[in-house]
Design a binder for this molecule. Sequence first.
Ligand SMILES: [Zn+2]
Length: 240
Amino acid sequence: MNTELVFLKDCYAKELQAKVVESNPEEKWVELNKTIFYAESGGQPTDKGKIEWKGTTSNIREVKKRDGKILHFLEGKIPEKETEVKLILNWDLRLKYMRMHSAQHLLSALILDKHGASTVGNQIGEEKSRMDFHPIKFSQEMLKEFEDKFNEIVEKGVPIEISFKDRKTVLEEVDEKRRVLFSRLPEAIQEIRVIEIPGIDKCPCGGTHVSNTKEIGKIKITERKNKGKQRDRITFELVD
Ligand SMILES: [Zn+2]
């Protein structure tokens, strides 16, 4: 069965009642009818947290996609099939990933619009995140300019909106530079989840995000590295 991914519509759900649909004591995982836990993919790490049932608590140490299933790997006891459970996110960690992921979208948008350089790789982390751009060679002045522009948009408090759009509609709506991000999604996906920062960016994405640029807070670009021909990697941190 397909696990309902509650975070696709509500990134702020911190707890959830769910039901075990499959339980594997050997490999120590459970599959659930629904979840608030994000499985590692697209540069965003796995969520962590707890699972409770009938007075027992185990840790959820990792969530992974395998053969189309979302598997919650546990430490401790494993609930049996059909058990009603309560999921509790490690919210401090998740909120950091949400801020980092939204920061990545905003930075990608600013650099794409100013220099036409695409984001060709990214890894979100708890302490710092990194992004690869192509084709570009950043100077210190350019990085300072992006950092300042970014922090200006944070102060403005621009909303970050999640919507589900018909493939054809969104392909017509977006500008030329962004169209490729949408058109390269498999044709089978007719309804696309779009993360929009109005007036700034539209991006197809399955990750978790904060709802306003103010919540990201300011960032600092801490490192720049050349990673090949016209390919630069930058690392950034959240200031607070
Ligand atoms: Zn994303």
